[in-house]
Design a protein around this ligand. Structure first.
Ligand SMILES: [Zn+2]
Length: 242
């Protein structure tokens, strides 16, 4: 393999990364290893959690605010395992997100404020082959609104012109990475950070029961993705260069 080819396949570097997720725990299930690697490479990573996570449980008697508070704390603890301190909670009611123009504007404002070169978000459409959790309606809404914010709204100074008055100038995102179940075209070697990913997942105590079985399941899945790319453990993405 030529040096040139190796350079092409090197792990890309970004100064600023914005992760836009629906629920507490989504960034970690789908991309914690990759986020840990981005941090190690010097990126400033900001995580945005769009909903309050208040439907993430099976006990209907727990007050929404109590569950949300616990899940926010879990997300902050999980992100800290990856070296990420900047976590933004938008607080929309869980299970009710829609790709409205207002929501698109909210994401557009975040992109313009944080000025990321890379955005990581959900797949915006149903993949019937994937486990049903992958296309939770909140995930679809976040994926669609975020892609619409990346292109064209964030980069177009004529879109949401009222944001200019807030000092939020147009901003061009360079890449979007979308974690996918089995249709990725870009694989990140997470062998060196797999323990960080496991620690981040484990922080979501309200969501992960019977941890030992879950951990083996997670590791098996990361190994399966790794096999596709020649790594021991990997996360897979659809990589969109803009
Ligand atoms: Zn979710």
């Amino acid at each position: 393999m030529s040096e040139e080819k190796k350079a092409e396949e090197g792990f890309p570097r970004f100064e600023r990364v914005l992760v836009v997720s629906a629920h507490p725990d989504d960034p970690d299930f789908s991309a914690a290893g990759t986020l840990a690697r981005l941090v190690e490479e010097g990126a400033q990573v900001t995580i945005v959690i769009c909903t309050d996570g208040s439907e993430g449980g099976e006990d209907p008697t727990v007050p929404d605010a109590e569950l949300s508070r616990q899940r926010y704390e879990e997300q902050c603890a999980a992100s800290a395992e990856l070296g990420i301190r900047d976590v933004v909670f938008l607080g929309h009611p869980d299970g009710r997100l829609e790709h409205s123009i207002e929501f698109r504007k909210e994401i557009t404002a975040l992109i313009r404020r944080h000025r990321p070169e890379l955005v990581v978000t959900h797949v915006p459409s149903i993949n019937i082959e994937a486990p049903i959790g992958s296309y939770h309606p909140d995930h679809l809404a976040v994926g669609a609104a975020t892609l619409a914010a990346v292109y064209p709204a964030a980069r177009n100074p004529r879109a949401f012109r009222e944001l200019l008055a807030e000092g939020l100038e147009a901003w061009r995102v360079k890449e979007v990475w979308i974690p996918t179940w089995n249709q990725g075209d870009f694989f990140v070697d997470i062998g060196s950070v797999v323990d960080k990913k496991v620690a981040a997942l484990r922080a979501h105590e309200s969501q992960v029961k019977n941890w030992e079985n879950w951990e083996e399941g997670f590791r098996k899945r990361m190994r399966e993705i790794g096999e596709k790319a020649g790594y021991e453990y990997a996360e897979g993405f659809k990589r969109i260069k803009i």
